[in-house]
Structures are given as C-alpha cells and as structure tokens.
Design a protein. Structure first.
Ligand code: ATP
Ligand code: MG
Length: 191
C-alpha cells in the first residue's frame, strides 16, 4: 500500500503527473478539484456551494472538504494505494487525513512537492483557461488562488518536513523528466 500526496501551487502539474503515476503504478487517484467540478457539473447542492468558493479563488471550508474526502475514501474497494491530488491544502486537512488513514490502518508515505516558479504557474493557468474554459483560470482568480496557496497551503511543506516525508521535485521542464524524478522517490520509498 503506497499512499502519496502530490503537492504544489495551482498549475504546478499535480493532475498531469498524477495521471502518469496512476498509469505506471495502478494506484487510485483522488483529485479533490475533480470531485468538486463533477458535483458542479451535476448541479448538486454540494456543487453549488463549492462553486461559490471556487469562483472566488477560495478554499472550500475544511469541515466540508474533510467530509467529502472521507466519503470518497469509503467508496474505494480495493486499492494498491492512493495518490492524493489537491488534498490536503491546510494543516487542518493534513491532520484529518492522518486520522482518516490511521482509522483504516494506513498512512501517507511521501509528500511530493512540485516546485514551479510563479511566472510559469501564471502562464500555464492563463493558457489552461483559454484552452479549457475552466472558470477559475482567469487572471484575477489566479492571483487570489496563489495568495491562498501562500498563506494557507504552503505551511504544509514544513509540516511534512517535520515528519520527514517531504520531497521536492522540479516541476518544470520536460514532463518525462519530472515523472522520472517522482518515480525515483516513490520507488525508493516502496523498498
Ligand atoms: P493543479 O492545476 O495543480 O491541478 P489547481 O489548484 O488549479 O491545481 P484544483 O486542485 O483542481 O486546482 O482545485 C480547484 C479549486 O477547488 C481550488 O481553488 C479550491 O477552491 C477547491 N479545492 C480543491 N481541493 C480543495 C481542498 N482540499 N480544500 C479546499 N478547497 C479545495
Ligand atoms: Mg488539478
């Protein structure tokens, strides 16, 4: 069982690399952003609530987000492990994840931190907005999301460092090189 957290600022490539990791290791991908966007698309109450926060570039409140994640975990039958993409985003969420996994006799093995310069992030997100029409990928909301990242999410780096689970990967350059760096961390941890 290998549970890992893929971490990084908005646009750092968490989703892109997660897809490749899933393909290689056959583990389960949980993207909280994808879960929320699916709810929005279905037009559920949860989706309506989530949309209000996402459009403002804000995080969904911890209590709600932790409940959602608990439900997703309950829905997993058999798994070789999970890659958590977009969760945790606050210290409270990290503590909750620890507890949710401990209840299932598991833990996070590694946290992989995709490091990307801010100007690269902004360019990527603006391009993604143009290509996909994703509503929160506009200049104003991107700025807010980066601020939220710095104040609420960035402190998790120290939190995982204290647990000796933090690993940095250079998150720009060739996609294959980034993947190779991530895989070498995962492979070392599995041994
Ligand atoms: P990336 O481009 O690296 O995949 P992202 O930040 O662009 O990352 P998502 O992870 O898809 O995008 O998240 C989109 C939005 O969904 C966030 O800005 C936030 O409002 C909400 N969200 C997703 N995960 C969480 C979470 N764990 N806690 C609170 N809000 C969340
Ligand atoms: Mg994503």
């Amino acid at each position: 069982m290998l549970n890992s957290v893929i971490f990084g600022a908005p646009g750092s490539g968490k989703g892109t690399q997660s897809e490749r990791i899933v393909e290689k290791y056959g583990i389960t991908h949980i993207s909280t952003g994808d879960v929320l966007r699916a709810e929005i698309k279905k037009g559920t109450e949860l989706g309506k609530t989530a949309q209000g926060y996402i459009d403002q570039g804000q995080l969904i409140p911890d209590r709600l987000m932790i409940d959602i994640l608990g439900n997703v975990l309950d829905g997993i039958k058999e798994s070789k492990g999970v890659i958590f993409d977009g969760f945790p985003r606050t210290i409270t969420q990290a503590e909750a994840l620890e507890k949710l996994l401990a209840e299932r006799g598991q833990e996070v093995a590694v946290m992989i931190d995709l490091e990307v310069p801010e100007e690269v992030l902004i360019t990527r997100l603006i391009n993604r907005g143009k290509q996909t029409g994703r509503a929160d990928d506009n200049e104003e909301t991107i700025k807010k999301r980066l601020q939220v990242y710095h104040t609420q999410t960035y402190p998790l780096i120290e939190w995982y460092k204290e647990k000796q689970k933090h690993h940095v990967v250079k998150g720009y350059g060739e996609l294959d090189d980034i993947l190779a760096d991530i895989c070498s961390i995962i492979d070392t941890t599995r041994k």
